[in-house]
Design a binder for this molecule. Structure first.
Ligand code: TRP
Ligand code: ZN
Length: 882
């Protein structure tokens, strides 16, 4: 807790450690309230920082019992202990071993970092700085050691004992106790250490690598959940095969384990050979998990597995380099999903995610570069900017280099840095050296925050038969960065002829595109690009595939967007055009509502939707994406200031109802045609049909017609899978109808003992647009399945309310803000990481109209004025206020 204002850590202050630690031997004796850890470290001075005679180790919340140096017990005059660590004075000039014996209390650990006991399972979370809560260590990622871990526990309490690497010994001891010893031959930083102990069921499988290594695969879950592991296991094997095929990377140990736990701060963790997961991202059965759950499981299992090379074999020198492993690994998991499912749909989903989470971060008070240059609490920097924008930067490099050269660059990166802790510079140098492409200007993307704005203005010159495209870029100021340099922005473009087909592109002063599409590099503040032999006025399709994370504005009007929505051969831009077109109508209607004018019905838009619904050549999931209107948050962002959440909600709902009235028959037909009879399959094709079908159901219900509500009720009553059940329940729960309470109660009674399904039930009620939502959320906090100690519960109920219910969180009286702030403060005493994340809901406070702005400011000021705040919440609250 804060005694004085915490000091930021800066990248420019990085220096190598004074000592290296090559080996760590841990002997962990587990009991719920005392875990005793005897740690022996093989220490050696760092030759490049000679003459240091005291060793400083990190350690927090530990009870120190003994210290031994080279086997000799030290008196208390030889070391000093304080709240952040331990200093050993007068250490030898050469190598030495240091043993400490200390204790911690897993049962009392509610922050879920370090060693904790939750749901009867002992488990660890060390990233970023949790290892120091287990034992004393140079807890920084550039110190890489070989770990040997011996775990002892009562056998009845913890029949399964796991740690990184291979199990080298195990046995039974006296008094019902037993032990296991694990050895991980690969040197790793402390943040990749893991240990798990408890009563766990195990599902086993095997994978043979390309070079013939037989790998034992295991998923450990709470007993009784073994029947929910099949999809995760299948995803793991596909990820292993994909990394061999696409990146030439094989797995390197004889065993790979996953453990699913119910109390976890994030999605999952890539500990070497022993990934630990939030069970939400492992457990799935058709009747308990939705298609989205299945897709998330596939992506996250792959993400953590891919970290074995991008993160573990090559790790980060310091935490400023976090994007080196996260941005790159997100790029890899995105590509995996694109190959497993639909590339077009995946790109749309990723850009949606980037725009709803990263753009507001980059445009608000918490904006920071993909590689930040200072932080107060590193846990606050596991952000959409580091992960999602970080992945976009890797994707731009991929676009600039092309598949083949990108692979050459990656291969060089792996050979150069394997077994080491690297930096963003190392990565860029390897990609540049491996490909021969200059990335020096590109590097600015890593240290310049903010979303660049690209302005495009195109003109057809009939006399010259040329198309002239003028592009310019600006990046708005962000905290601490008033001036910005121009960036290297790859922009894929196409030109559509009158018939909607791509014209061949012949750039003047560039290389001709083989296909109709072409990537240009915008590197200056202003630049002109010319294309010859353009015989008729084309419609440009700019930033195809969203080749750069920028905001693009152009001189295109509604007619051109409609044309692109109907014809663009680039599926991403076709979707983008639909969004732009809908957004134009909606922002007009929002303004109309405020001025007492009549909103437009959007018959032109409806006409194209009709054609799309009737096009048998389009995949159902793509159709579903095409017809979903921009979200309320997206519209708020597009408006940008003086946002009126009620006008947005009303205008959007009215437009949905109007579209549904115009197209009721088409929606009904698509609903009926996209049934997926027979055994449920989670594959992308079947999921796409369900997605389109349920989108149509939502539209039909938006009319309020009794037969549509009856259809939803019938679907709810007869559904044999969670996707259809949840979709129908969502319609009912968000509609003021008599079926609402009945359906919610029936769902509750069926699933009240299933904690993951109960999270869905919480989230659905928290996101209801109906007026009583806040009081319902308050009531639900008293439900026996709810607990502030479990992050999934907090995210499902309070998090959904604060971040996915714009209308009700932003009630004009400020009661939504005060409620969330109350929970942030209560949670800060329990789990600061989760509390700080929840507080992120306030980051866009300046975009709202003055009354709400004042309420939000007041709420934030009240938080900052609290005497005892964690560094986590303190940093977010003060930076948000600005
Ligand atoms: N490295 C994890 C990932 O794969 C993120 C993570 C899991 C994490 N648990 C954490 C980060 C706890 C900070 C704290 O993305
Ligand atoms: Zn990751």
């Amino acid at each position: 807790m804060r005694t004085e204002d915490p000091r930021p850590i800066a990248l420019k202050d990085y220096s190598e450690p004074d000592f290296w630690i090559d080996e760590v031997h841990l002997d962990v004796d587990l009991a719920p309230e005392t875990a005793q850890v005897r740690s022996t470290l093989a220490v050696r001075p760092n030759a490049s920082r000679p003459g240091k005679d005291s060793l400083r180790l990190d350690g927090e919340g530990l009870e120190l019992l003994e210290v031994h140096l080279n086997g000799e017990k030290l008196g208390p005059n030889r070391y000093q202990e304080d709240e952040s660590g331990l200093t050993i004075m007068e250490v030898p000039a050469g190598a030495f071993t240091l043993t400490t014996v200390s204790r911690c209390n897993p049962a009392a650990n509610t922050a879920l970092t370090g060693l904790y006991l939750a749901g009867g399972i002992f488990c660890t979370q060390c990233e970023a700085e949790g290892f120091r809560r287990i034992t004393y260590m140079l807890d920084r990622p550039d110190v890489m050691a070989v770990y040997r871990t011996r775990i002892t526990a009562e056998k009845a309490l913890a029949p399964v004992l796991l740690a990184n690497g291979n199990c080298v010994e195990s046995g039974v001891l006296e008094d019902g106790r037993h032990f296991a010893e694990w050895h991980d031959p690969y040197p790793k930083p402390s943040y990749l250490f893991a240990l798990v102990a408890g009563d766990l069921g195990c599902v086993r499988d095997a994978f043979t690598t390309a070079s013939g290594r037989e790998v034992d695969l295991r998923i450990y879950v709470e007993p009784g959940n073994e029947d929910r592991c099949a999809y995760a296991m299948d995803a793991l094997k596909r990820a292993m095969a994909w990394d061999e095929k696409v990146f030439g990377r094989e797995y390197d140990l004889d065993i790979f384990m996953i453990v699913a736990v119910s109390a976890f701060n994030m999605g999952a963790m890539e500990n070497k050979g022993l990934n630990i997961f939030n069970d939400k991202y492992i457990l799935a059965r058709p009747d308990t998990a939705t298609d989205l759950d299945f897709a998330n499981i596939e992506a996250i299992v792959a993400h953590e597995y891919f970290h074995n090379w991008t993160g573990n074999r090559i790790t980060c020198r310091d935490w400023f380099q976090l994007c080196l492993k996260e941005g790159l690994t997100v790029f890899r998991d995105q590509e995996f999903t694109a190959d497993m499912r639909s590339r077009a749909v995946k790109r749309i989903a990723d850009v949606r995610m980037l725009r709803t989470h990263q753009f507001p971060e980059d445009g608000g008070p918490l904006a920071h570069p993909v590689r930040p240059d200072a932080y107060i609490e590193i846990n606050n920097f596991y952000t959409a900017t580091v992960y999602e924008k970080g992945a976009e930067l890797v994707r731009m490099i991929y676009t600039l280099l092309g598949a083949e050269k990108f692979r050459k660059g990656m291969d060089l990166y792996f050979t150069r840095h394997d077994g080491r802790a690297a930096t963003v510079e190392d990565f860029l140098e390897a990609l540049s050296d491996g490909s021969g492409v200059d990335l020096s200007q590109f590097k600015r993307w890593y240290h310049q925050a903010g979303t660049p704005e690209v302005m495009a203005s195109g003109k057809w010159d009939g006399a010259q038969q040329e198309y002239v495209l003028q592009l310019s870029q600006v990046c708005p100021p962000t905290p601490g960065q008033p001036h910005k340099e121009p960036l290297h922005i790859p922009i894929e473009i196409g030109l559509l002829g009158e018939d909607g087909a791509d014209l061949p592109l012949s750039p003047i002063g560039g290389t001709a595109a083989a296909s109709g599409a072409h990537v240009i590099s915008l590197t200056k503040r202003e630049q002109t690009f010319r294309f010859k032999n353009v015989t008729a006025k084309p419609v440009p399709s700019l930033l195809r595939g969203f080749t750069a994370p920028v905001k693009l504005s152009s001189n295109l009007g509604e007619r051109e967007w409609a044309f692109l929505m109907a014809h663009d051969s680039d599926p991403f831009n076709r979707w983008e055009a639909a969004q732009k077109y809908a957004s134009m109508i909606l922002t007009g209607n929002i303004a109309a509502l405020s001025n007492g004018k009549i909103p437009r019905a959007g018959t032109g838009f409806a006409g194209i939707v009709r054609k799309i619904l009737n096009d048998p050549g389009l995949e159902p999931e793509f159709v579903a994406q095409m017809i979903v209107l921009p979200a309320e948050q997206t519209l708020a962002q597009a408006i940008g200031q003086d946002v009126d959440v009620e006008a947005i909600h009303s205008a959007r709902e009215a437009f949905r109802a109007s579209l549904a009235e115009q197209l009721y028959a088409e929606f009904e037909r698509a609903y009926n045609e996209n049934e997926t009879p027979g055994t449920y399959s989670p594959d992308a094709e079947a999921a796409g049909k369900r997605s389109l079908r349920n989108t149509c159901l939502g539209y039909m219900a938006a009319t309020g017609r009794a037969d549509a509500i009856a259809l939803a009720k019938n679907q709810f009553d007869t559904a044999d899978n969670m996707t259809d059940s949840m979709a129908a329940l969502g319609v009912l729960a968000h509609t003021d109808c008599p079926e609402r309470e009945e359906a919610l109660r029936a769902f509750h009674d069926r699933w009240k003992d299933d904690h993951l399904v109960m999270d869905k039930w919480f989230a659905l009620q928290a996101t209801s647009p109906l007026p009583g939502t806040l009081s319902r959320v308050r009531e639900l906090m008293a439900h026996p399945a709810f607990s502030l100690r479990n992050p999934n519960k907090v995210r499902a109920l309070i998090g959904s309310f604060a971040t996915a219910n714009q209308l009700r969180f932003h009630e004009s009286g400020g009661e939504g803000y005060r409620f969330v702030a109350e929970q942030v403060l209560a949670l800060d005493k329990i789990n600061p990481q989760v509390a700080a994340r929840l507080l992120g809901a306030f980051k866009s406070w300046r975009q709202f109209e003055p009354v709400r702005q004042a309420h939000m400011r007041e709420t934030l000021e009240r938080i900052v004025s609290q005497a005892e705040l964690s560094r986590d919440v303190y940093e977010i609250a003060t930076k948000t206020l600005g």
